[in-house]
Design a protein around this ligand. Sequence first.
Ligand SMILES: [Zn+2]
Length: 414
Amino acid sequence: MMKKIFKGIVIFAFIGAMIINSFLNPSTASAASASKANNLKELRAELAAYQAKMNAAKQGSQNAQNKINSNKNSITAAEAEINTNKQKIEDSKKKIEELNVEIKDTEEQIKELLRSYEVMKGDNVYLDYIFGATSVSDFIIRCSISGQLASYNDELVASYEAKISENEQLQIDLNNREKQLDTQIENLENSITSLGEQIRQFDSEAVKFEDEVKATQESINYYVKQGCKETESFDSCVSMRSDTGFVRPLKKGVRTSNFGYRGTNPATGAPNDYHSGVDIGGNGEGTNVYSVANGRVGKIVRRSSCGGNVVYVYHTINGTKYTSAYMHLLSIKVNVGDLVTNTTVVGTVGGGAGTRSYDKCSTGPHLHLSLGTGWYGSTYVSYSSWRSHLVDPGKKDYVNIPAKGKWFYSRTWN
Ligand SMILES: [Zn+2]
């Protein structure tokens, strides 16, 4: 029993840790992350952070490049040393040859001297040398010199041999040094390869942060232009400007279905169907869909089986919160958290061939526009709450869409 409970606790803790971990490490897959700043001061801090990261990436790239250059210099120096050492080995070999010749010569001389030394005890033509002495003392000196020379030449041979073994040792040392330098060069080349990889990573990071810096700078310019104060919240600032109403989400179109209860759902065939918005046809797939007012992207649903790709935008119009929803989109052009104006393209018209594979609630290309009070996903979260907050977006007070079957050709006028 205890074991079972313990196992349960472990699994629970594990799942908990995974959930916490997923919050701490949000996916970095999307290129431009939505800003969390809610006023200019915070946005400027974000900008400074992006700039710092961008500069760090650039510096990292530069440092790696410097290291590569220094490694290349070290390789050149090592190769030069190898060449010098090869020359030294050649010289050393020649030196040994020379020393061998010297030894041979010296040994010849020794033999000769020993022969002349030997004659003191017997007959020999070299007696001439000894007996050619002019006096007794000269005779003794000559005998003595022959002996001394022989032993001196022995020493000479020994010193030559020492020099040969010195040179042999030098060659061993130089060969070892060459192996050492070869390893050094190999290590430096490997290091250059990994530094190159580092540079690529730093450079792509730098580009990413450069994009963030640009985007953040643009946002700052936008809010400054709107007259936002440094610590005034964007919600208050953006809603306070002349955003007192809605405009149409398309440049032209025709209402094809009304808001509210309608007979049978044209796509699913369900009876007594409640239609959560107004359908606008007359535009091909891929036509730009604009936000109906200034605001902030609050929620995005992708590839829903009924509604397809949906963007929800939060607005504050004359102090009242609204959420507008754009359904059956072929593509989504914004991210959650993006601040939008009524000229921002939030997505493109879908609902036809481009979205049919997953969106089962559309019969052809059109935009479904919903409008509800409050911020769906923030003020409340359930779909039933959203349903209960819906209003008819087609009304003149709201988005003002001409009656069913009538076309419009502007975002503001009939
Ligand atoms: Zn619809």
